[in-house]
Design a protein around this ligand. Structure first.
Ligand code: ARG
Ligand code: ZN
Length: 853
């Protein structure tokens, strides 16, 4: 049954305080909870508490055992007569058999929690909704040797030892918070400790807790944490508010990390990094996720969400904040390119598929399914558009107003927009459609110019495609940054203009346009839309060489490549000369960052090409893309070889400059291999063996894994042996093979699922193999349906252990409308099989049934 946004009503009972007492044990943890409850308004409703599975061992009201409580569905109903009471419950839970990894569970011998969104109800009885804010006091008792470290939210208050080999600790969090932010950790952990002095001069004790053997891999995360704390003070005026800030890394985790107040818990892949095991991409991701979770302390914890329909209030804003933080650490242009590529790879398909939903959804069956690219990444684009329209000064005034007005409360997306409007002095009524209308707007742009007359006209028209449940759409407010360039001189003909397109169609006039203009539009990707322009290959090549906005310059090249590849897919012949010329010119241009060059010369992915076509033909797309890669490899072979030689570095260093060199050099290696050069495999294998860092080693492995070279098996075997026992690196071993462009990848992946190192119990491992396979368009969509069958079987098995992770991996099967009748039928059959599986979770049921329609 679906939960609907319009059914929201405020809580009948508040819980200003809760005291929790945990007797921790993997098989039988006793949880005693004492809730101070207050009737929130005159009414005669009983107290209703959420639980999941557990029976209460006892219920007391004001210290006296009662038996007039009842269980209704998954809720405990306790009749209460007065307006203030203390309600106590006790339950028993078994963290060691918790395979869902929600609530209290065991990972690597330690105990930890995950409560967002609805995991707290698996720990104790409570009104498990984000608008009930309580002050938490937590006491834990556990075996001293097995669990020497006991952590919870807030500040440590007291600790001690008992005679029976156990010890205890008490923590107190003075900031009222919703239950989803509760956390505790008990384990055998070592700490990388440091301090940070806030802008008002308070000293905060920082700690990153990991298993002792991993301690050496935590410096990068600790450094990123300090940078984040300073950045939030400088850019948003936000200071940290407790005396301690702890982060714990665990290996078994359903997603990236969790912003629990004062005690963030992380998937270890977003904490642990050293040059031998983490790529440059991993280093960036560690810093971005550390920043993201830290920034939640204000955008999420101090101000939380009224209900889960408002999830993007904290996630969209916090993603925007972490994107800006990362942009400030290195190349802002490359960061924007990466973010847009991510949006197109994960959010655009969501918006055009069966699971499309607005940034503020209207209903859900299982809230875990709404931790999506739409809520996170499109949500971030909404904040970015408002920031663009307000400008930096008014945007800062608006966020100040928001933090000030809603501190300590559970707010809504509307509250945020109202602050933008009030402090920004603009009318956002039409802009609000971005929160309620799903689908990616499409804008067509046509530029005309009267040669003698000096006037140019830009005709813009918008269209928002229908999405499930929303057949009719209204025109939206789209902020489009636009500039014109002169085709002859290459110089800008106008300033950059911010056009606010708010009609279905509009014509914009530019005066004094003295030569033929070329249109640069949606610069910086100012709106998350698809632009359909009538720009020719010549115009695109021109912009890729002359545009002064680095994103627009990248975009022009991508569009040129995409047009070439789409035509090549349809006609079976790839005319690559324009792309070759443009890539040549870009590589010869002065003053471009190496990391930018690497991005600019990479071809769009097979999936993205597929997204442009009415019917996806995975083999034809693959063939066209490989052909263009080969053409680029051959035509520029001397250049790739020169770059490969010149960009070689001495000993590994981690800096934006060094990262750019590695990135471009590895792109060059890829093109040398694509050219078919005879020495390519030897070159890659030599790099694989000599590399003193994972970036170069993995890049070489990736090249070899897609080849038929004899070095392929050697490299895979060496890699596996070298990193035996290192789970995060073994994930790369599985993932690289699942992403291979070889024709036997489907069979290889099926074999890997039987490998002794493969397990569905660890989400990272499941994602490394199944998630990567699902986005390998050609392998997954094998014409005989074997890829579909394999994924469905794995998801049904995974669902029994971990429904959330299973549901996250389903979307590739929902693309069936995009393929030919035979593939569609095979995919649908697998979706039907999933939906009809007895005992299916609501998580997987919701995703599979919505995908069938
Ligand atoms: N709030 C966390 C973050 O974005 C993620 C929690 C995800 N929860 C879930 N049920 N998928 O930082
Ligand atoms: Zn988040």
């Amino acid at each position: 049954t679906a939960i609907r946004r319009e059914d929201y009503s405020p809580p009948a009972w508040e819980v200003p305080q809760i005291a929790l007492d945990f007797a921790l044990d993997p098989a039988d943890t006793r949880v005693r909870a004492a809730l101070t409850v207050t009737r929130s308004s005159p009414h005669d409703m009983p107290l209703v508490l959420d639980g999941a599975g557990q029976m209460p061992l006892s219920v007391k009201v004001d210290g006296v055992a009662v038996n007039d409580w009842r269980i209704e569905g998954e809720q405990l109903v306790v009749p209460l007569t007065g307006d203030h009471h203390v309600v106590e419950t006790e339950v028993s839970i078994a963290p060691e058999s918790n395979t869902q990894l929600m609530g209290l569970y065991a990972s690597g011998g330690n105990l930890c929690t995950q409560c967002e969104a609805e995991g707290f109800r698996r720990i104790t009885w409570f009104p498990d909704r984000p608008d009930v804010l309580s002050v938490y006091r937590v006491r834990m008792t556990a075996d001293r040797r097995r669990y020497p470290v006991l952590l919870a939210n807030g500040d440590p208050v007291a600790s001690g030892e008992n005679d029976d080999g156990t010890h205890w600790a008490e923590w107190h969090d003075p900031f009222p918070k919703p239950s989803y932010l509760f956390a505790l950790v008990a384990g055998d952990l070592a700490v990388n400790a440091s301090t940070f002095t806030t802008m008002s001069g308070r000293e905060v004790r920082l700690g990153i807790w990991v298993r002792a053997a991993d301690l050496a891999k935590t410096d990068h995360a600790l450094h990123a944490l300090k940078l984040s704390m300073a950045w939030d003070e400088r850019v948003y005026g936000r200071e940290y508010d407790l005396d301690v800030f702890n982060i714990v890394a665990v290996d078994d985790f359903n997603f990236g990390a969790m912003e629990n107040k004062g005690l963030n818990i992380f998937n270890s892949r977003y904490i642990l990094a050293d040059p031998d095991t983490a790529t440059d991409y991993d280093y960036d991701a560690v810093a971005a996720v550390v920043a993201h979770e830290y920034f939640h302390n204000w955008s999420g914890n101090r101000i939380t969400c009224r209900d889960w329909f408002q999830l993007s209030l904290k996630e969209g804003f916090t993603v925007y904040r972490d994107q800006c933080f990362s942009a400030d650490q290195g190349s802002a242009a490359v960061k924007r390119i990466e973010d847009v590529r991510g949006l197109r790879a994960s959010q655009f398909p969501e918006d055009s598929g069966p699971l499309a939903h607005p940034v503020r959804p209207e209903s859900y069956i299982e809230i875990s399914n709404f931790y999506t690219a739409t809520i996170y990444n499109k949500g971030a684009e909404l904040i970015r558009m408002m920031a663009t329209m307000l400008g930096p000064v008014r945007f800062r005034a608006a966020t100040d107003l928001y933090f000030d007005r809603f501190d300590g409360t559970a707010a809504t997306c509307e509250d945020f927009v109202a602050c933008m409007e009030e402090a920004g002095g603009i009318d956002l009524s039409q802009f609000r459609l971005w929160y309620s209308q799903a689908g990616t707007p499409r804008v067509s742009a046509g530029l005309s110019h009267e040669p003698g007359g000096g006037r140019a006209e830009l005709r813009l028209a918008q269209h928002v495609p229908a999405t499930p449940g929303q057949s009719v759409k209204q025109p939206m407010l789209l902020p489009l940054k636009v500039r014109l360039f002169g085709a002859e001189t290459g110089r800008p003909l106008t300033d950059e203009r911010l056009i606010l397109l708010d009609q279905v169609a509009e014509t914009i006039t530019f005066e004094s346009v003295t030569e033929r203009p070329v249109l640069s539009i949606n610069r910086g990707f100012s709106a998350p839309i698809v632009v359909e322009s009538d720009r020719t290959a010549e115009d695109l090549a021109f912009l890729s060489a002359h545009d002064d906005d680095p994103f627009a310059r990248y975009e022009a090249m991508q569009q040129l490549m995409l047009d070439t590849l789409v035509a090549g897919t349809i006609h079976g012949e790839v005319k690559g000369q324009a792309v070759i010329d443009a890539v040549t010119r870009t590589l010869e241009a002065e003053g471009l960052e190496l990391a930018f060059l690497a991005e600019a010369v990479l071809l769009p992915s097979e999936n993205f090409i597929g997204d442009q076509l009415v019917t996806v033909d995975p083999d034809a797309i693959h063939a066209a893309r490989e052909t263009l890669r080969t053409q680029l490899g051959r035509a520029l072979l001397p250049t790739w070889r020169r770059l490969y030689a010149e960009l070689a570095q001495g000993r590994y260093v981690y800096s934006p400059e060094a990262k750019g060199r590695r990135r471009l050099r590895n792109v060059a290696l890829g093109y040398i291999a694509a050219s078919g050069a005879e020495d390519a495999a030897a070159l890659a294998f030599a790099q694989f063996e000599a590399a003193d860092n994972m970036t170069d080693r993995q890049a070489a492995l990736t090249t070899l894994v897609s080849s038929d070279a004899p070095e392929r098996e050697d490299a895979l075997a060496h890699f596996h042996a070298r990193y035996a026992g290192n789970g995060l690196v073994l994930d790369k071993w599985f993932q690289t093979q699942a992403l291979s462009s070889r024709s036997d990848t489907g069979a290889v992946v099926e074999r890997l699922a039987q490998h002794p190192d493969f397990t569905l119990a660890n989400p990272n491992r499941a994602r490394a193999l199944l998630g990567a396979f699902g986005v390998n368009q050609r392998a997954f969509n094998a014409a005989d349906g074997s890829g579909y069958r394999f994924l469905a079987e794995q998801l049904i098995a995974l669902d029994r252990l971990n429904p959330q992770t299973a549901a996250k991996l389903l979307p590739p099967l929902g693309r069936w409308r995009r393929f030919d009748a035979k593939r569609s039928g095979l995919m649908r059959a697998e979706l039907v099989r999933i939906v009809e599986t007895p005992g299916l979770s609501k998580d997987l049921f919701e995703q599979a049934s919505k995908s069938l329609d």
